[in-house]
Design a protein around this ligand. Sequence first.
Ligand SMILES: [Fe+2]
Length: 166
Amino acid sequence: MTTTATRPTFPTKNDLDPTIRADLVQILNRQLAANADLYAQTKQAHWNVKGMDFMQLHLLFDQIAEVVEPQTDEIAERIAALGGYAEGTIRMTADASPLPEWPRDVVDGRGTLEALIERWAAYAAMTRKAIETASEQGDAATEGLLTDIVTEVDKALYFLEAHLQG
Ligand SMILES: [Fe+2]
């Protein structure tokens, strides 16, 4: 269900063109949804992983969950700064997230890593695409925010993938 277009927009002296702002708000709400979903799914992995590598994976998953958690607020406040309406409740974000739902049957270390890698890579890819759009539209602040985010996400993805490389 995509209802972003019906959400209120607010008057602002921000000099970016209103059409551009509306476009970016829609993109950022999708980022917000994926971010919240990725955080919850990474905690899901933290709580449910099993096996001989339990403790180090349990700790790593918590550590990278803390990477995405503060991004939520940054994304939502950028939406507000653009005159948009942040769609950030659990129901709103669950509805709008493009990430696949967590596989409940996976609890082993390798399977959990693979599921996380798929989701973190998808978040990185959509963020990079959003950076491109923000750049094309001349919104340097959104571009900068998302660049900081994807830098952190790429690093977390490397931490996850290192377990399955070599
Ligand atoms: Fe914990």
